[in-house]
Design a protein around this ligand. Structure first.
Ligand SMILES: Nc1ncnc2c1ncn2[C@@H]1O[C@H](COP(=O)(O)OP(=O)(O)OP(=O)(O)O)[C@@H](O)[C@H]1O
Ligand SMILES: [Mg+2]
Length: 377
């Protein structure tokens, strides 16, 4: 008998705990009050809830005078779930996702449309970056957070989608350790591994950009996306901070650094419409090592974890990157902002899949540092 009563009590306790445990909706309503998100005692009123496979969307009418407020970010901790807050057509939207993003997503080698690159998975699904819509990109993040992996993912996927139309000029300032092994691929025109080579590489890109400009003028073209020209040229910089002149450099060296920084700025300023795209990776962006023009002209900004909120603001114009907590997790910022997990790709996989484009065993003119003429049309 005792046993029966004891068992009944335990079951009741579990039932009561489940019943009295507050729902997300209750917790949100309590949070409004506790953090003072109200006007004269009036808190937002739930207007509707919308359920999908991956999230629950709570839409609120808010009293006049309230808009979305950064302090609502506490909801992420209160609910212990990913939350996205926005203000749409005078209503507050609180989207509560069912699941955290996975810590590892393998890159799947599925081709996509031309210049659209699947750079990450967000709570809402795949994120595709379209280099024809937004030509230039900056990528920031502390060491070992995933910048080079993302650069290689973009590189590999561009080749997968457009093997005959894409070409690369790569400045790999880790002495060529990261991209050196790809320098014999037919799509790779130049891999620069130090500042002397970077100067040569950028000067040759600049010559080509000027050539394109003359051609566009002669033809009356304004933007490559409105022409039949298929070719796109990508300039990738891995570790741009290495191009910063310092007092330890000689005058001669400083001139080279200055030239590289200036030219990157010029490329970002004039070449987007002509079909050249710049991707500038950098550990810790500062006003000294992220050329102002490059930042201004890069409408896509990605950041992995950064040490401070200030660094986050330099990289993506807002806080948040200081809170990212695992390799491959990044914020993708265009006119919108998404938190994403970048798919993981490794060198072995790239070499196996793209090895067919290796021309190292071909005739001498196809070996490294090729300076082929760009073909139009
Ligand atoms: N998208 C990812 N998913 C899971 N793990 C990742 C991802 N990207 C990177 N990593 C892990 O982090 C390590 C370092 O990545 P990566 O070389 O890209 O860092 P980095 O930001 O370029 O660092 P550094 O500034 O030192 O060059 C990888 O070897 C891998 O273990
Ligand atoms: Mg790196």
């Amino acid at each position: 008998m005792d046993l029966l009563i004891g068992g009944g009590l335990a079951a009741f306790t579990i039932y009561a705990a489940a019943k009295w445990q507050k729902s997300d909706q209750d917790k949100i309503q309590h949070t409004f009050k506790n953090i003072g998100y109200l006007v004269k005692d009036k808190t937002p009123k739930l207007f509707k809830t919308t359920r999908s496979d991956t999230y629950m969307l709570y839409t609120y009418h808010v009293p006049f005078g309230l808009v979305d407020d950064p302090k609502l970010q506490v909801l992420e901790k209160v609910l212990n779930k990913p939350v996205k807050i926005s203000f749409v057509n005078t209503k507050l939207h609180i989207k509560v996702f069912n699941q955290q993003l996975p810590k590892l997503i393998d890159y799947d080698w599925k081709p996509t449309e031309r210049w659209n690159i699947p750079i990450g998975k967000s709570y809402n699904g795949s994120i595709l970056h379209d280099f024809d819509k937004i030509p230039h990109m900056t990528i920031a993040g502390m060491t070992r957070q995933g910048k080079t992996v993302l650069l290689k993912l973009i590189f590999a996927h561009l080749i997968l989608n457009n093997p005959d139309d894409v070409e690369f000029y790569i400045i790999d300032l880790k002495g060529g350790l990261e991209f050196g092994e790809y320098e014999n691929m037919k799509q790779v025109k130049f891999v620069a591994s130090d500042v002397d080579e970077a100067e040569q590489c950028l000067s040759s890109v600049m010559d080509k950009v000027k050539e394109d400009m003359r051609y566009f003028k002669a033809k009356g073209y304004r933007n490559i996306v409105d022409t039949k020209i298929k070719r796109r040229r990508f300039v990738i910089v891995d570790e741009g901070a290495q191009l910063t002149p310092s007092k330890h450099h000689t005058k001669e060296q400083r001139k080279k650094f200055d030239y590289c920084q200036y030219t990157l700025g010029e490329i970002s300023r004039i070449s987007g419409a002509l079909g050249t795209r710049l991707i500038f990776g950098n550990q810790y962006p500062t006003v000294d090592n992220l050329p102002r023009e490059v930042k201004q002209n890069s409408d896509a900004k990605i950041s992995f974890r950064l040490p401070t909120e200030i660094a986050s603001r330099v990289a993506i114009d807002e806080h948040g990157a200081e809170k990212l907590n695992n390799a491959g997790r990044a914020i993708y910022r265009t006119h919108e902002k998404h938190i994403m997990q970048v798919p993981y790709i490794d060198d072995k996989d790239i070499s196996e899949r793209l090895g067919v484009y290796n021309v190292s065993s071909a005739s001498p003119e196809t070996t490294s540092r090729r300076e082929d003429t760009v073909e139009f049309g």
